[in-house]
Design a protein around this ligand. Structure first.
Ligand code: MTE
Length: 315
């Protein structure tokens, strides 16, 4: 993990009072790391679960010819601060977390607000397999065979009004089951947001499964977002609320450190993180680094969304 100095954080944007902030900053300096992702050694390889809605993906490749990571890598090397900041400790802590039944409420600037069970969403929207690259803001990456459906299908079902401009996502808040949520340093619950046109892009997925099987708790079950052209922290896990709004939503990481984690967070090798380069990355399972691609290799599908925007300012 890569620690941040308390002096690097803009106090104005920090949700704690000044006194709590100083107290928390002391803890932070001693033992915690403030980073949306971190780097450590890859987990051992393993096999995918047997039951499936689509074929297990072992040995398959993405459209650039890169092989999918092993099921064991994907499910034993996770960022999930609600459990722990230790990537290799998430799977064990999440093992007992119940992911079924799971409901997600869609509301706000929509004509048909509704609470959906994930099982109903699965039978209604027929999940498909999507092999996507996931690029963490701290420069490691994986290739992951998700099972899911485009978020646009769900949004169309609730009929956003003409006033809707943004979509806000919120993770379940249950500190007794998600021990990391007892840590007062973070502004729980985890929140993320997209512009409506980003949310409606066909690449934007709600994942309900992985590797042809269920979505394990550590990977974001009951249901999670996957936005493959953005840094991994945008892909919020364990979603229970989706709100259509006319204002750009606050997001967890951009509230904590706005100079480090922007709202857009498009993968961009030309704009360095304030504390490290974004020009290259380490694919989990590989030794040498590879160049990072603009929009994580999805420029053809999404670059037009940002026409006329300065992406060094809107990072
Ligand atoms: N969602 C929640 N609720 N909590 C988190 O800590 N971490 C984010 C994102 N979604 C996170 C989250 C980060 S930093 C990354 S890189 C990805 O999840 C990692 O997804 P993975 O563990 O499935 O690889």
């Amino acid at each position: 993990m890569i620690p941040i100095k308390p002096s690097e954080i803009t106090p104005k944007h920090v949700y704690l009072s000044r006194r709590d902030f100083i107290k928390a900053a002391g803890v932070l300096a001693g033992s915690m790391a403030l980073a949306a992702c971190g780097v450590s050694t890859p987990a051992p390889t393993g096999s995918a679960p047997a039951d499936s809605t689509v074929p297990a993906a072992d040995g398959r490749k993405d459209e650039l010819g890169d092989p999918v990571n092993s099921y064991a890598d994907i499910t034993n090397y996770n960022n999930y601060y609600e459990f722990t900041t230790d990537k290799e400790g998430v799977a064990q802590l999440a093992a007992q977390f119940p992911t079924t039944p799971w409901d997600v409420e869609v509301y706000g600037l929509v004509n048909k607000p509704q609470k959906f069970g994930v099982e109903d969403l699965v039978s209604r929207f027929q999940p498909e397999e999507r092999i996507y690259r996931l690029r963490c803001v701290e420069a490691w990456s994986m290739v992951i065979p998700w099972v899911g459906f485009p978020l646009s299908k769900l949004l169309n079902a609730v009929e956003p009004t003409s006033a809707a401009r943004y979509v806000r996502f919120e993770t379940i808040f249950k500190p007794d089951e998600l021990p990391g949520q007892k840590d007062i340093w973070y502004p729980w619950p985890y929140q993320e947001g997209l512009r409506l046109d980003e949310a409606m892009n066909d690449l934007t997925l709600l994942a309900t499964g992985l590797y042809g099987g269920e979505l394990p708790a550590q990977s974001g079950g009951g249901i999670r977002l996957v936005v493959p052209w953005k840094y991994g922290f945008k892909s919020i896990k364990a979603i229970i609320k989706i709100e259509l709004t006319d204002k750009q939503p606050a997001t967890m990481w951009s509230s904590i450190a706005p100079n480090e984690y922007g709202f857009y967070a498009n993968v961009n090798p030309a704009v360095d993180h304030p504390r490290w380069s974004q020009a290259s990355e380490r694919r989990i399972g590989e030794i040498s680094r590879r160049n990072t691609l603009p929009f994580n290799g999805y420029a053809d599908q999404v670059a037009h969304l940002y026409d006329g925007m300065d992406l060094s300012i809107n990072y």
